[in-house]
Design a protein around this ligand. Structure first.
Ligand code: 0L1
Ligand code: MG
Length: 276
């Protein structure tokens, strides 16, 4: 095992509290000012994934202190296309807050963003709490109220969208905005959550297409990973959480003037447009 693998796998928190606070302030400032920064490992080369989650936790405390409500969680980097696009080999998890939610068909301002990209995802609304390290796909489906199409607008705060897992986790896995829409459905109304086709159009042209199995072979697996992650941090997944399970394809860059539509088999379509 080389040094970098050892570092990436490390579950130990190595940063001091003042360093965690200072990195959370650095990321928050970059998010609020829409100004890119260098990846955090340039200054903290020994930073671990556990450190990244500590910075994310400090970021969450800052959002909550200014009145944002935690609405749920996101899993990112859950499809092969996304992992290859970003050059990482494991999923990451983040928090969804009320400040990130936008209405369906809304105009998203790019002025508050650095270099937005769009991902089409399957979102789950949970009706029951899930906890522990041994949750199954059936457990996830039984605890799901409904599934619904979602578009996530990600916006890495790192220059040129270049980062490592430690840094991107500290940046809440690039979360920026998200939209849910289309037709919500109960899971028992759908034959198989793995075989739902998704076609993504940008400015009227088909840009990407995939089936929902692209996400960890079954999008419920993303929720299993989130529950395990929360369990490892002494938390559970509360009832009422919205979960974004990850982009089914590589993320698509967006600029002012662009419109995006994702069409989902059985679940309708969802769209956003981008303005200055
Ligand atoms: O939601 C995502 O898959 C994004 C995770 C972070 C990596 C990225 O910014 O592409
Ligand atoms: Mg995503």
């Amino acid at each position: 095992m080389n040094d970098s693998t050892t570092r990436k796998n490390s579950k130990s928190v190595t940063l001091s509290e003042p360093d965690i606070d200072s990195l959370a302030d650095r990321v928050l400032q970059a998010q609020d000012a829409a100004t890119p920064i260098g990846k955090l490992t340039l200054d903290y080369p020994d930073m671990t994934i556990a450190d990244g989650y500590e910075v994310q936790k400090a970021l969450r405390a800052r959002w909550v202190a200014r009145g944002e409500r935690v609405l749920g969680f996101k899993a990112g980097l859950t499809s092969r296309a996304k992992m290859e696009q970003m050059g990482v080999d494991a999923p990451g998890f983040g928090i969804l807050t009320s400040a990130m939610a936008r209405p369906e068909n809304s105009a998203i301002s790019v002025t508050d963003l650095i270099h937005p990209r769009v991902e089409a995802e399957l979102a789950f609304m949970m009706k029951d709490e899930l906890s522990g390290s041994a949750v199954s796909v059936d457990d996830v489906l039984a605890a799901t109220d409904y599934v619904i199409p979602a578009l996530e607008i990600i916006d890495s705060r790192f220059e040129q969208f270049k980062f490592d897992l430690e840094s991107v986790i500290a940046d809440n896995c690039s979360s920026a905005r998200f939209v849910t829409g289309g037709r919500p459905m109960n899971v028992d109304q759908l034959d198989d959550l793995r075989t739902l086709g998704v076609v993504i159009e940008k400015n009227g042209n088909i840009e990407e297409m995939a089936a929902t199995a692209a996400v960890l072979n079954h999008p419920a697996n993303a929720i299993i990973e989130i529950v395990r992650h929360l369990h490892a941090h002494g938390e559970s997944l509360p009832a009422g959480s919205l979960i974004l399970t990850g982009g089914v394809t590589a993320a698509i860059p967006a600029a002012a003037g662009d419109s995006m539509v994702a069409r989902y088999q059985h679940l309708g379509s969802i769209s956003v447009r981008f303005v200055v």
